[in-house]
Design a protein around this ligand. Structure first.
Ligand SMILES: [Zn+2]
Length: 349
């Protein structure tokens, strides 16, 4: 979306200002084309031209290739600091106050970049992003790729003593990475070192695979677009108030549904699933979290109350303490009081 082409509709402008959390966003998917070009030039690497077309990725495998290409550009602490800092800048522009951001160390470790290099750079970026933009960023290690169960356990070893105020969980797409019968061990090992878990089994995972994640004890489900295909599993998810972090535009890009209005998000919300919205790979899709909410508001006919409920579901699903969640909910109410536009839509949920 081009924000220089003219004024946005008023409601979209307000959505952009509403304080939000982003619970499923990949650091590697936040890198803007200009930054990619700058890094490529600094490394003497041919420009990564095929990354500059929004929505170009059409499968999870292709997305892994995109991350791998990006990884080749990142070598120093300063590179990672820049990425995290710019991600915070762009998050602030989307009204994100708090983000639990995935990063994929596997790509960098296999190129000989040390974990200490990543860690030092990302911590510096987090501090500077908080100071300059007021965005709190905490980290989730993506154990997804490059694939392989041994890497998951090796990563858990590597991060066992990292600061839990910064690194708070592990996540990613564990389909094909961790055998179903090893999932529980991964979750238990993560919990034992103070980490939460948020996994999915592919954006198009059937409800039975979603159930296997719940059985293993994960804290949050990613994507979950096909949850309602199995009534019993859906009821279970609703009754246990299991958070589902939905990325509808990504699901469209990945072919799970053919258009946003066909996405089951609206129906999940109506049935009482604790579902919220996240951005996934905003620089690759060309849609930041404010765009995702605005597109969802239009495609799903969301009232302002419904929008707020989805934002609050995100706040409640964040790995924050109760006081922090309360102050974020209060911030949302304050912004609404300053300029409610409830009349902007007549659609009923
Ligand atoms: Zn993702």
């Amino acid at each position: 979306m081009d924000f220089d082409s003219g004024p946005l509709p008023q409601r979209h402008q307000l959505i952009r200002r509403l304080p939000k959390v982003d619970l499923h966003c990949h650091l590697e998917g936040t890198v803007q084309p200009a930054t990619r070009a700058k890094l490529a030039q600094a490394r003497g690497i041919e420009a990564v031209v095929d990354l500059d077309q929004p929505n170009r990725h059409s499968s999870a495998t292709e997305l892994v290739g995109v991350f791998d290409q990006l990884g080749s550009l990142l070598q120093t602490s300063a590179d990672f600091e820049l990425l995290v800092y710019e991600a915070a800048r762009d998050a602030a522009a989307a009204g994100i106050h708090y983000r639990e951001m995935l990063f994929s160390p596997g790509f960098h470790l296999q190129r000989g970049v040390t974990f200490a290099t990543l860690w030092e750079g990302m911590n510096a970026g987090i501090e500077a992003g908080k100071a300059d933009f007021g965005v709190t960023t905490r980290l989730i290690v993506d154990v997804d790729a490059p694939r392989g169960a041994p890497l998951v356990f090796a990563l858990l070893q590597l991060i066992r003593n990292t600061d839990r105020q910064v690194l708070i969980g592990i996540g990613g797409d564990v389909r094909g990475v961790v055998a179903d019968d090893a999932l529980e061990r991964v979750v238990n090992d993560a919990n034992a070192i103070g980490l939460k878990t948020c996994f999915h089994m592919g954006a198009d995972a059937p409800a039975s695979r979603i159930a296997s994640l719940i059985d293993a004890g994960v804290d949050r489900i990613g994507h979950g677009a096909r949850l309602l295909e199995n009534r019993d599993i859906a009821v279970r998810v609703i009754e246990m108030e299991q958070p589902v972090v939905s990325c509808p535009s990504s699901d469209v890009a990945l072919g799970v549904v053919d258009k946003l209005s066909a996405h089951p998000f609206r129906e999940q919300f109506r049935r009482g699933v604790h579902v919220t919205l996240s951005s996934d790979c905003p620089a690759l899709s060309g849609l930041d979290l404010a765009d995702e909410y605005a597109a969802g508001a239009d495609a799903f006919g969301m009232t302002d109350d419904a929008l707020d409920d989805v934002i609050v579901a995100g706040i409640n699903a964040a790995w924050l303490d109760d006081g922090q969640k309360r102050s974020m909910r209060n911030a949302l109410v304050s912004v609404r009081r300053c300029g409610s536009m409830a009349e902007a839509t007549a659609a009923e949920w």
